[in-house]
Design a protein around this ligand. Sequence first.
Ligand code: AMP
Length: 118
Amino acid sequence: MNIFERIVSGEIPCNKVLENDDFLAFHDISPRAPIHILVIPKKCYENFQVTPPEVMVGLSSFIKEVAVKMGLDKTGYRLVCNCGENSGQEVMHLHFHILGGTKLPWDNTNGANTHDKF
Ligand code: AMP
């Protein structure tokens, strides 16, 4: 079981924000913004690429509910979904990062050469 499956099963605690039958939102243990929440489906899909589109219908509604609960619908937020090796995805269980609580800098290049491939 991956770490998020262990959180879903209750084996590992989390700082829960919102839950329904299919989805769970909890605070990231290592926040990169004043508000940093992870949203996951309770059922494990390895990443976004292999997730059935119908799962995303419920997940996008749930993300909006989380945003409203945290007041982020008013101030704005960023959604991040790392997918696969080049993205740096660490936990192989679909998750969206909701980042907010401040003006977020916009520089994801991290030193990567953006001219070679595009
Ligand atoms: P990613 O790099 O997109 O796979 O993101 C994985 C995220 O999971 C990271 O931001 C971690 O800080 C977070 N994380 C790992 N373990 C836990 C945990 N037990 N509770 C909350 N967040 C976690």
